[in-house]
Design a protein around this ligand. Sequence first.
Ligand code: MLT
Length: 251
Amino acid sequence: VLVDVALTPRDLAGVDLRERCALVVDVLRASTSIVAALDHGCPRVIPVATPAEARARARTLDGTVLLGGERDGERIPGFDLGNSPLEYTAGRVSGRPVVLTTTNGTRALLAAQAAPETGVAAFVNADAAAAWAASRHRDLVVVCAGERDGLALEDVAAAGLVVERVARLLARVRLTDAAIVARVTGERYGVDLDRLRADAAWARRLAGKGYEADLAACLTLATSTLVPWMVDGALVPFDNDAARPSRRASA
Ligand code: MLT
């Protein structure tokens, strides 16, 4: 199995997604928020590109739908939820689909859904995401959502943890140079998430905006066993422990 990492969204342009499975990483905060939503009983998260598209999509769904997302880290005017994983509580999202648009995370997801199987990874579900990827029996590309077209350290670090875990689970893996760069970054920061919080530019920016609690929620390992994965344009929960899509997926 070939394991590759798109270190920036721009790198994804050179990757042929047709035969691969993809894992999209936007640690701060979209992929962590998507995991939180599904963990708390949201049946599906529908990623879209723009706020206008989100509103239009919500109009086609029933009244239980919620609008979520951010621009420049802040909740979009008129939306029900921002992009903080702490907002996606059972009280808010249980039984309610969410249409989500974020600056980088949903953009990467929309690009990566050209793969036959696309999942979502963060620090909180790194083990589960690696187990999911290893069980697909396809070449893997981990897609770092990054910041605009550039690199985000926290995404590369989380991608690297997933790479390292996939390599441990599978007997025969070949890592691309980019995957090795990510793995080394993951080894450096996976054992020192406080250091990552200090070093990563977007983490410092979020701290400056008062989102310290979000950083704590996002820079945490293994609090979830769930992998959001794309089915018909929506992210639904896959639970490795159940070795099949969880019942919530069909709810
Ligand atoms: C994004 O998708 O760009 C990020 O998740 C932004 C954020 O932290 O809200």
